[in-house]
Design a protein around this ligand. Structure first.
Ligand SMILES: *Cc1c(COP(=O)(O)O)cnc(C)c1O
Length: 226
């Protein structure tokens, strides 16, 4: 067993324990940004099929190298409008939709035969100037626009709380996301995904309602760049 393999097994045990305690399921998204295609291949051989990438060009290069594998690709980094076509063509999920003007181009470019693009609305839950994500009060309008497109499927919400060393602050951000998620489910009953929690706080996120955690460092080791 190599390092990556033991890392994944250990994380799955921790995710399952946290999810059992919380009384709901939680999926692992492996965040492979800056990691070589070979590292993705090692994890795929262990049964990890869902991968998150931050940069479109880097993801497309990796996808070409791994075209022999049936993987599920999530874009989790900020999306520029000039990249909507590539995302619609080459990704399974977009977790970072945060403004109305992205909705129509994504829907327009999504090939019918690929089925709808699964979409999460990214919320800037700690109102950080440097961070992407919409304001909580913009969620409803975005959700309505996504739901109106056959080529898109609204699955829920995503957030990256401020990286405060204070775990109480992070717990509070996760709780506020859960409230927003439950409210959105009142109008969009089909949503099922609350994506929050990373290497150093995923158990806390699951306890507060995360159904998908995005983990890079704890799976692959430290990144050389970000
Ligand atoms: C890099 C990244 C992650 C993973 O972070 P780690 O701390 O390495 O687990 C998760 N989500 C997003 C949006 C990221 O950019």
């Amino acid at each position: 067993m190599n390092v990556t393999e033991s890392a994944r097994a250990a994380i799955l045990v921790r995710i399952e324990a946290a999810a059992r305690a919380a009384g709901h399921g939680a999926r692992l998204l492996a965040v492979s940004k800056t990691q070589p295609a070979d590292a993705v291949r090692v994890l795929a051989a262990q049964g990890q099929l869902a991968f998150g990438e931050n940069y479109v060009q880097e993801a497309l290069a990796k996808q070409r190298e791994l075209a022999d594998l049936a993987l599920e690709w999530h874009l989790i980094g900020p999306l520029q409008s000039n990249k909507c076509r590539e995302v619609a063509l080459h990704f399974d999920w977009l977790q970072s939709l945060d403004r109305l003007k992205l909705v129509a181009p994504l829907a327009h470019h999504r090939p019918r035969e690929r089925g709808p693009l699964d979409v999460l609305i990214q919320v800037n839950i700690d109102d950080e100037a440097s961070k992407s994500g919409c304001a909580p009060q913009d969620i409803d309008a975005l959700a309505a626009a996504i739901a109106a497109e056959d080529a898109l499927r609204l699955r829920g919400l995503m957030a990256i709380p401020a990286p405060s060393p204070d775990l109480t602050a992070r717990r509070d951000a996760f709780r506020r996301m859960r409230v927003l998620f439950d409210a959105l489910r009142g109008t969009h009953a089909g949503i099922d995904t609350l994506s929050m929690g990373m290497s150093d706080d995923f158990e806390l996120a699951i306890a507060e309602g995360a159904t998908m955690v995005r983990i890079g460092t704890a799976l692959f080791g430290a990144r050389k760049r970000d």
